[in-house]
Design a protein around this ligand. Structure first.
Ligand SMILES: *Cc1c(COP(=O)(O)O)cnc(C)c1O
Length: 436
């Protein structure tokens, strides 16, 4: 059994659109984004202030496949196809009969899956004549990805970074600066939204919801600027589908197909990425028993404890209202280290799948997640991003259950990024100072 199953698969030429398969739920599904003021479905014209037309089309398309532009595929070749690896030594350490495979997105130039959509978004904006992109970032992974993508397509990049991460993770700021982006801690004094958040609480650690409000305000008030979002929206899920398309082909070469797929879930993009190519089989009836599990932190439990309803994507109420599982757009999660999982809502697609019980969700505390990360580092060598470590914790639970049941099941998970810029968090864990 080869442990690195990278050989021979090609970078896909199209993304896979799960909405095509969900069309059979058409009587329930169209829960379109609503205008925050009128509460009426929002039209393409209103979105065009923030996004290029091609991405707006991708947001609503029901085509099964969407072509990947050659320019984007060429840049993907810097790091794709990403390896599919078998976690043999983790299996042995757990004494499990389960086979554990993982897709490793930490090989991307910026260390996470976020570059898959950053490159596509920068490309479509550039092609429509945009000169600058604004965005928010939590832990800094999305900001780094967009900063690099903007540099490669010669766009300016302005990033609002959640203040608690800005302070805890200074090196991500350095990465963004190195790629040429302008970075501010959010909430900042540069925007009306930022100033109003600070007036309410001068010591707020910030949140993704606040940073999104600031980034949108700058995009909406600056000529030639657009806004880019690193998760949640349908077009982001679409771009990330490349992960599962590759994984499916890589696993097929081993004659394997997953019984269970696990991904951590902040906005839902890496989970969508690894699972959608397989969920297409479940929804179309070919693999009815496939399980997909979303893993979130218990500090921000949007799927496991949230409500399924329309909510704003940001704190100031500037984004379209999205139908999603949410803990509330004014929720400020405690500053845990998995910054990328601190979003109050979830992608409308992931939310719908959860609502229809096509996927499951679980939540874990920080310390058990870091224990799982340490076991993974000590067996497989890779130090996972704290976000990805949530998936590993659930994989360990699944593998132990397989052992108890004496079942040989195939587990696939997404290792969405590496944790080499998260050593401060690991230091806190090792010293015993980490909170639950
Ligand atoms: C951003 C991020 C996440 C969380 O975002 P999703 O959209 O849920 O994938 C998870 N892992 C890593 C490494 C990230 O950078």
């Amino acid at each position: 059994m080869k442990q690195n199953i990278m050989q021979k698969v090609k970078i896909p030429t199209t993304y896979l659109n799960l909405s095509y398969y969900l069309n059979k739920y058409v009587h329930e599904l169209p829960a379109p984004p609503l205008d925050p003021k009128t509460k009426q479905p929002i039209g393409p014209a209103a979105l065009a202030r923030l996004f290029p037309m091609e991405l707006i089309k991708q947001e609503v398309t029901l085509d099964e496949f969407v072509p990947i532009p050659d320019e984007v595929r060429e840049l993907y070749a810097m790091y794709r196809p990403s390896p599919l690896l078998r976690a043999k030594r983790l299996e042995e350490a757990l004494g499990t009969p389960a086979e554990i495979y993982f897709k490793y997105e930490g090989v991307s130039s910026v260390g996470s899956h976020k570059l898959n959509t950053a490159l596509a978004q920068a490309y479509y904006n550039k092609r429509e004549g945009v000169g600058m992109l604004t965005t928010e970032t939590g832990a800094g992974q999305w900001g780094s990805a967009l900063a690099l993508a903007c540099k490669l397509f010669d766009l300016k990049c302005k990033v609002f970074m959640v203040k608690s991460s800005y302070e805890q993770k200074p090196y991500r700021k350095t990465v963004m600066h190195l790629y040429g982006a302008d970075v501010s801690a959010s909430p900042s004094r540069e925007t009306q939204a930022g100033r109003s958040f600070l007036a309410k609480d001068p010591h707020t650690p910030g949140s993704l919801g606040m940073a999104i409000s600031e980034a949108i305000e700058v995009a909406a008030t600056t000529d030639g600027a657009h806004y880019a979002l690193g998760s949640v929206l349908n077009h982001v899920m679409l771009h990330q589908s490349i992960i599962g398309l590759e994984a499916k082909e890589q696993l097929a070469r081993e004659g394997a197909y997953p019984d269970v797929i696990v991904g951590c879930c902040g906005g839902g993009s890496n989970l969508a990425g690894v699972s959608f190519a397989f969920l297409a089989d479940k929804i179309s009836g070919k693999k009815p028993n496939l399980r997909v599990v979303a893993v979130e932190p218990d500090a921000c439990p949007s799927l496991t404890k949230g409500e399924y309803r329309y909510d704003s994507g940001d704190t100031a109420g500037m984004t379209p209202m999205l139908k999603m599982y949410t803990v509330g757009s004014d929720f400020v999660p405690s500053p845990i280290h998995a910054g990328g999982l601190r979003y109050h809502g979830d992608s409308p697609l992931i939310s719908f799948l959860y609502y229809k019980k096509l996927i499951e969700a679980v939540a874990y505390g920080q310390r058990e997640v870091f224990e799982a990360a340490q076991l993974f580092a000590q067996t497989e060598g890779i130090i996972p991003a704290p976000e990805s470590a949530h998936a590993i914790q659930q994989v360990i639970v699944e593998a132990k259950r397989a052992k108890e049941e004496g079942k040989k099941k195939v587990i696939l998970f997404n290792l969405s990024g590496h944790g080499l810029l998260d050593l401060g968090a690991y230091e806190e864990f090792l010293s015993g100072r980490m909170k639950g």
